[in-house]
Design a protein around this ligand. Structure first.
Ligand SMILES: Nc1ncnc2c1ncn2[C@@H]1O[C@H](COP(=O)(O)OP(=O)(O)OP(=O)(O)O)[C@@H](O)[C@H]1O
Ligand SMILES: [Mg+2]
Length: 243
């Protein structure tokens, strides 16, 4: 059974007094433990889709189903990390990480203990009392991911989490994300513009086209393919040719 499923999702936005269909009759599913990347040109509706999953907005039609239960339009159930960095500049790493528990009125003592356990997992034990401006880009993204994880879901929706990082830091963060995925048994939907990143990390890549946004091609990445540089290279060329 799919852990998360989208069925017949449509969404329009008002643009210059006209309704524009951004997503049309879109379907998607992800199984527990899977890592799926969503790629597609700018404006095809990737962020809109994650917002729909996260319940930030509701679709015009269609349903979103989590572990068999309809959650359409309900927020706070999945670990959603938006495209912009939304760390509060006046809060330390610890305080930023505690925010989801505060918002959800969870037991703060328990949440604080959980954060102490997670700080080393996220490589932040030396940065726990620093403010965001004192952290490098990679560290800030770790704090944002820790805070996302503290929402309490093992299903993470990550919208271009490494876009602002330099190439080396980005690769280190990709390795690290893979490590915490297996350590914390995460299911991940990653939106990225970086096809190499998608190839490196994913079990499956879903390609979107725009006007209206819909999935047009799915690439399953079996572990055997990942070990063959020539297969990966031809897949990269194939995906690039579709853009
Ligand atoms: N709240 C909104 N109101 C009006 N139009 C919107 C809104 N949100 C998104 N759009 C429009 O919907 C389309 C899809 O936007 P979205 O942000 O989902 O694209 P994207 O694939 O994430 O693009 P990018 O790769 O640049 O982040 C765009 O044309 C955008 O202008
Ligand atoms: Mg986007």
């Amino acid at each position: 059974m799919a852990l998360l499923e989208a069925i017949g999702i449509s969404k329009s936005f008002l643009f210059h007094k006209q309704w524009v269909k951004v997503l049309a009759d879109l379907a998607f599913e992800i199984s527990e433990g899977e890592f799926v990347s969503i790629i597609g040109s700018s404006g095809c509706g990737k962020s809109t889709l994650l917002e729909l999953f996260a319940g930030i907005t509701a679709p015009d039609s269609g349903s979103i189903i989590l572990a068999g239960e309809e959650i359409t339009g309900r927020s706070g159930l999945l670990g959603y990390m938006p495209q912009e960095d939304l760390l509060f500049p006046w809060l330390s790493t610890r305080q930023n990480a505690l925010l989801p528990a505060k918002i959800k009125h969870h037991d703060l003592k328990q949440a604080k203990a959980k954060i102490e356990d997670l700080l080393p997992v996220f490589g932040l034990e030396k940065h726990a009392d620093l403010l965001p401006y004192q952290l490098s880009g990679g560290l800030k993204q770790r704090v944002a991911l820790l805070r996302t994880y503290m929402i309490g879901s093992r299903l993470l929706l990550l919208d271009e989490p490494f876009a602002s990082l330099d190439a080396l830091t980005r690769m280190q963060m990709q390795d690290w994300l893979q490590e915490i995925q297996s350590r914390l048994k995460l299911t991940i939907i990653l939106v990225t513009h970086d096809i190499r990143e998608a190839l490196r990390l994913s079990d499956r890549i879903e390609l979107m086209e725009k006007n209206p946004g819909r999935f047009v091609q799915s690439y399953k990445l079996e572990p055997e393919i990942k070990d063959q540089p020539s297969s990966m290279d031809s897949l990269l060329q194939e995906i690039l040719s579709k853009f």
